[in-house]
Design a protein around this ligand. Structure first.
Ligand code: GDP
Length: 302
């Protein structure tokens, strides 16, 4: 929690300051409230949620006889926490009691969002919990992607299943990996996939097939979408495509260390109904943390 807060406030969040400067006034005019709403929009909170939040704040401040700035701040903080905490069940399915073994996690997302890096960090996280892990490079489109996953595998000491040659069927890698994971009875199999969004029909076919063939060997426990926090509301368009293509059980918000605009957390949970389970806070193996709503909001408002 403190790490998330520290990382977020290190990027010296402009939104919290802007909000507090407005809310510190004694009498908030119509245009002040509009400024509050605009500031939330700039932080990617999404128009519907921003509007609701401002309406709620205005209503409360009227009811409570207006503008004790400290009270308004506290109201803002707690309303933001409520917004961010709409999907409170954030545990990874592999960590839940009664999880199937091997637990299978499919990682999806647009190339460049941090999918492979997140797969590596996630492997490390499970290893640190004493679980045995296997990685699968089902992005066979670029050899570099499998190489990158292999580098992560040796970094975190986890075996990597990859295709013999570039351009092989990604589903065949997923099939082979799930077969081996079952045979070797590992705790968690993490399957990295390609994310070429240019051709939606192909992407849907490919991900659908990966899921189907994996399920011939093992149930798929988790599909995690990796979303780059710096892409703002565009991320929502991507998220919807993947939700439609394969179905999601959770989101990893990557590169939160490089963005003050984490408001996408609100939209993605409200619009897709899936929790943000983890956040990426850097490029290193330990830069992955469970998402914590309170810490997140405190970081934003710091
Ligand atoms: P993929 O194409 O989706 O598999 O993306 P990669 O895993 O190759 O990541 C793309 C770039 O983003 C790499 O340079 C990563 O080191 C970087 N990256 C991934 N996650 C994070 C993060 O949480 N924070 C930062 N700062 N960089 C990240």
């Amino acid at each position: 929690v403190t790490r998330l807060k520290a990382k977020l406030s290190k990027s010296s969040n402009p939104f919290g300051k802007a909000l507090f400067n407005i809310l510190a006034k004694d009498n908030l005019s119509e245009s002040d409230w509009e400024d509050v709403e605009d500031t939330l929009l700039l932080a990617d909170v999404g128009s519907e949620a921003s509007e609701e939040l401002v309406e709620g704040l205005r209503r409360d401040s009227r009811v409570n006889g207006d503008a004790d700035p400290a009270a308004v701040r506290e109201a803002l903080r707690s309303k933001l926490v409520d917004l961010v905490n709409v999907e409170p069940d954030r545990a990874l399915n592999a960590d839940k009691p009664g999880a199937t073994r091997p637990s299978v996690i499919i990682m999806v997302g647009v190339n460049g969002t941090g999918k492979t890096t997140t797969a590596g960090k996630l492997a490390r996280l499970f290893v640190s919990e004493g679980k045995s892990v296997m990685l699968a490079a089902a992005d066979t489109f670029r050899a570099a992607a499998a190489d990158q996953l292999e580098t992560w595998g040796s970094k975190v000491n986890v075996p990597v299943v990859r295709a013999e040659k570039e351009g092989a069927d990604p589903a065949s890698v997923a099939f082979e990996a799930s077969r081996r994971a079952k045979e070797e009875n590992v705790d968690v199999l993490i399957v990295d996939t390609a994310g070429r969004l240019q051709n939606k029909a192909n992407l849907m076919d490919e991900l659908g097939k990966i899921r189907r063939v994996t399920e011939k060997n093992l149930p798929v426990d988790e599909v995690l979408l990796v979303l780059d926090a710096t892409t703002g509301q565009n991320g929502m368009v991507q998220a919807k495509v993947f939700a439609e293509a394969i179905g999601l059980t959770g989101v990893v918000l990557s590169k939160l260390d490089g963005s003050a605009k984490g408001g996408i957390v609100v939209s993605v949970q409200r619009e897709l109904g899936v929790p943000v389970k983890l956040v990426g806070l850097g490029e290193g193996p330990d830069d992955l943390a469970p998402f914590d709503p309170e810490g997140f909001v405190e970081g934003v408002l710091a």
